[in-house]
Design a protein around this ligand. Sequence first.
Ligand SMILES: [Zn+2]
Length: 398
Amino acid sequence: MDQSELQRLAQANRERIIAFCRELVRTPSLTGEEGRLAEFVLEAMEALGYDEALIDSAGNVIGHIRGGSGRSTLLHAHLDIVDPGDPRRWTDGPYSGALRDGYIWGRGASDDKGCLAAQVFAVALLKEAGLAPAGDVYVAAVVGEEIGGLGSRYLAGSFHPDLAIIGEPSANTLRRGHRGRCEFIVTLQGRSAHASVPAQAINPHYDLARLVLALRELDMHHEPVTGGSTVAPTLLRSDQRSANVIPGELTLHLDWRNAPGESPEDAMERLQALLDDTLGGETIYSLSVRTDHVVSYTGYEQDVRQAVAPFWMEEDDPLLLAARAQLQQALGREVGVDVWQFYTDGGFLYGAGVPCIGFGPGDPRMAHVFDERLAVDELIEGVVGYMALAMHMGAVSG
Ligand SMILES: [Zn+2]
């Protein structure tokens, strides 16, 4: 099979792929409300001739086509979208799915419905053309990506493919990893008093100031490709609402991006040591990871710790080199390799021992912005890329 065959297949089905992607955009799927979209994707997989398609208890849609005796490959994308904000700021409305100027417009077009549409069709077109992949191929459309990976945490606990292709916008170039993210909460407890008699209080603001300044000087984990770990103080809350009362308790949120080589546990240990070194006063301090109770549209629930591991693949990893060679051949051009600035669900699969590679149509800068859009040509090229990876990666050993 030569590269032009995959190109020809994708081009011959261009209108179907575009129509499918537009329908995905027209179906709102805020986190926790992915049910209607999940049903739509399931029905599409059934109609497109997948060997098997189901919705698991977390609400993820899993499609499967059988391949040869090679290794299994998972194509992974997410169903959920972030809130579109003020609908008046969207030229065509947030869920228009309009086709204009060579783009599909609407919330989710780039993040992540273009990737999802391309994956669903890539596998279906191989099947329709009678092209058998080297190994079994799965497509997972997961829930809850935008608020801590509920669906992928569930998936990673029950399913271990030999390779996962993480579909998030990368403009059809490769991604070999990203930093993780930990949301830490530091609580500083002093003693409240009337602001006119500060001597009677233990004002936690002073320890807070020491902590914030110490954070700026903290020597962070170094990693040249991702730029290394970073930490930023973000939300600050006081237990008081009056300006003439000294607070008894302050709560500070820290957004810690952990570079490859630093696990969430490593980061927490470093932060605990910093607290112990810096806060020797009368304030009682504690450190925790933000945990949210999350319920999916199916009723599946879990306490989600906001601590995501990085995923990482070395530059000379045989799987990465093979994926690059396959893509370059199928797309007929150079395919660069980079890292993502944001994190993805790849961290959960990687953490469960699944090698991950990132690839997807769409401009990463289009994620989470007004007038989000996806270039149609990129969508079609993405289908070709996923077809090549689904077809051949099962023959590569890691
Ligand atoms: Zn995304």
